[in-house]
Design a protein around this ligand. Structure first.
Ligand code: ATP
Ligand code: MG
Length: 210
């Protein structure tokens, strides 16, 4: 396996991958076996092996890590944004990052907590929309677009506050309307229009195109 370490400062460009690139069996196996040797003292748990990405939680004696393997462009994007947002947003710290041909991986620290998706079922719609609005306002203040601003990628801490954000594969360095569109779509689908109004009031946004 030929791997190249890339630094954000070098501004190395990566060819655009095909949409929905599937991790080839051989490459995935090769990256995985290398990482499994390196992180052999951790207990590996498969969190989500979709056709686009493979995500593992690594349980260690004194800390847990996460590994994500996916196409090079997504890994490059994720790494750059995690690096850039380190002191501005609660995001995982990058432990290791490599591009291996068309693919790559990032090893990162864990954001401890429960996914907002699961937490939703424990609280009222009002409380859920308040948390979503709070998450939106934090993200907006950072000046970036998360790019996949759904409850799966927002982590809630033990105190019920926002512990952090994960999954910056599709993020952008400037603010667009994508995160707002996604939040409105999800709130409409799950809670209805009245809650969209509540969300807009708390975020000071207005309906896109209105
Ligand atoms: N650093 C982290 N700390 C805590 N949880 C994490 C971390 N990274 C990933 N996770 C968990 O693993 C899940 C899957 O990770 P991620 O969202 O990055 O991949 P994905 O959604 O499969 O990627 P894609 O959006 O490309 O399909 C997240 O929803 C989250 O629960
Ligand atoms: Mg995700």
């Amino acid at each position: 396996m030929i791997c190249t370490q890339r630094s954000i400062d070098k501004g190395v460009s990566v060819d655009k991958p095909k949409r929905h690139a599937i991790i080839s069996g051989d490459m995935k196996k090769s990256i995985l076996s290398m990482l499994k040797k390196k992180y052999k003292d951790f207990k590996w748990e498969d969190k989500n092996s979709s056709k686009d990405a493979a995500v593992f939680k690594l349980k260690g004696a004194d800390r847990n890590l996460y590994v994500k393997i996916t196409n090079a462009r997504c890994i490059q994007n994720q790494f750059q944004m995690l690096h850039r947002m380190q002191d501005m947003l609660p995001v995982p710290q990058v432990v290791e990052y490599k591009i291996c041909g068309d693919f790559g991986f990032v090893v990162m620290s864990e954001i401890k907590g429960t996914r907002f998706k699961e937490y939703l079922s424990e609280i009222t719609p009002s409380a859920a929309v308040e948390i979503y609005a709070k998450a939106y306002n934090i993200m907006k203040k950072s000046g970036i677009t998360h790019g996949d601003f759904c409850p799966l990628n927002i982590i809630i801490g033990e105190n019920g506050d926002i512990a952090g954000f994960v999954d910056f594969d599709k993020s952008k360095g400037e603010k667009t309307t994508k995160d707002l569109e996604e939040a409105i779509f999800i709130i409409t689908k799950h809670f209805g229009n009245e809650y969209v109004k509540y969300f807009l009031k708390m975020t000071g946004e207005s309906l896109i195109g209105a």
